[in-house]
Design a protein around this ligand. Structure first.
Ligand code: ZN
Length: 317
């Protein structure tokens, strides 16, 4: 399917109502409100205390507005219902994108508008249409389409009570770094150099590992920050680390497979002999030989022409 053909098929579903609205399984009710308030630790008594609520301007219990989506959630629906739904509407459009290779998804933004407070006894229904599909866009995650859905919530009398706009990005998953040369030629993200960490990157450029030190209490800290976490002092300097230490913790990161990083990516937390810790990469060791306590030493690798990065390698104890 060509890009233009895909856009035509997606445009055909914009604003189209397919199937009936989803009707809430239960009316707005106090037990569900209580569970919600417990879960997010919202202690506003107007949601849960009938006496307090009766004296409030609402004159009775109301549901937290942000609970909107909870009322029409389908629950653990049967396989038949799931398949019928996935053939139509929103899911049909998302499936079109899947078939065109945009198989990954990430929610990008959501906004809700509340027309009135919901009260126990309100029985909601929700109807969702696709409001917009963007042209193909290049994003940091990959090439994809933004899909904006709009859900309209009404009560049992057909009155509008709320609406929600929900946007997601359907994108082509990045090629794994091991899959070919194209993936590995993507440049690495550049470090964000600030007033606080400039000394660190200037050190790296000179093949020095510099650690921030508080001039008042001599405490070391990494990553660098604007204030000493020990004494809250603002007078900060740095020391040159010998770059020796041991593996304090490590992880083989498999996801996300973002070029140009190799997968799995061996990330270590090194405890430096000077007494602070630093996150880095570990190289020159077989996967099965990585262990906590392994002695390591820093080295500076030119990861791209002219760009040095500190990383660690096993060293004699
Ligand atoms: Zn300090």
């Amino acid at each position: 399917m060509s890009g233009e053909e895909l856009m035509q098929r997606l445009r055909a579903v914009l604003g189209v109502r397919l199937g009936g609205p989803v009707v809430a399984r239960d009316p707005v009710n106090l037990p569900m409100i209580r569970h919600w308030c417990d879960a997010i630790d919202d202690r506003n008594p107007v949601y849960t205390d009938p006496e307090f609520a009766a004296r409030s301007l609402h004159g009775g219990i109301v549901a937290p507005p942000t609970m909107l989506q909870a009322w029409t959630m389908p629950g653990l629906v049967s396989k038949d219902v799931r398949e019928a739904r996935s053939a139509a509407g929103i899911f049909g459009a998302l499936r079109l994108l899947d078939e065109a290779g945009f198989t990954s998804v990430v929610a990008t933004n959501c906004s809700q508008e509340y027309v009135r407070y919901l009260r126990p006894g309100d029985l909601l229904n929700a109807e969702t249409v696709i409001e917009a599909v963007s042209e193909e866009k290049q994003t940091a995650l990959g090439v994809g389409h933004f899909v904006t859905q709009r859900t309209t919530y009404r009560d049992q009398y057909g009155e509008l009570v709320a609406s929600m706009s929900f946007r997601l990005l359907k994108f082509r998953p990045p090629v794994r770094a091991s899959a070919g040369p194209a993936a590995t030629t993507r440049p690495r993200p550049k470090p964000a150099i600030t007033h606080d960490n400039r000394f660190f990157w200037e050190g790296v450029a000179q093949r020095e590992l510099r650690i921030q030190r508080c001039n008042a209490c001599q405490r070391l800290q990494h990553p660098p920050g604007p204030m000493c976490a020990g004494c809250h002092g603002l007078d900060l300097g740095w020391v040159r680390s010998q770059g020796r230490g041991s593996v304090y913790s490590f992880v083989f990161a498999h996801h996300p497979a973002v070029p140009p990083f190799e997968v799995p990516n061996l990330i270590v937390l090194v405890e430096l002999e000077e007494g602070t810790r630093i996150v880095s990469n570990l190289v020159g060791v077989a996967r099965e030989d990585v262990r906590i306590g392994l002695p390591v030493a820093v080295e500076f690798a030119e990861v791209e022409p002219g760009r040095l990065l500190p990383r660690f390698r096993p060293a004699a104890a």
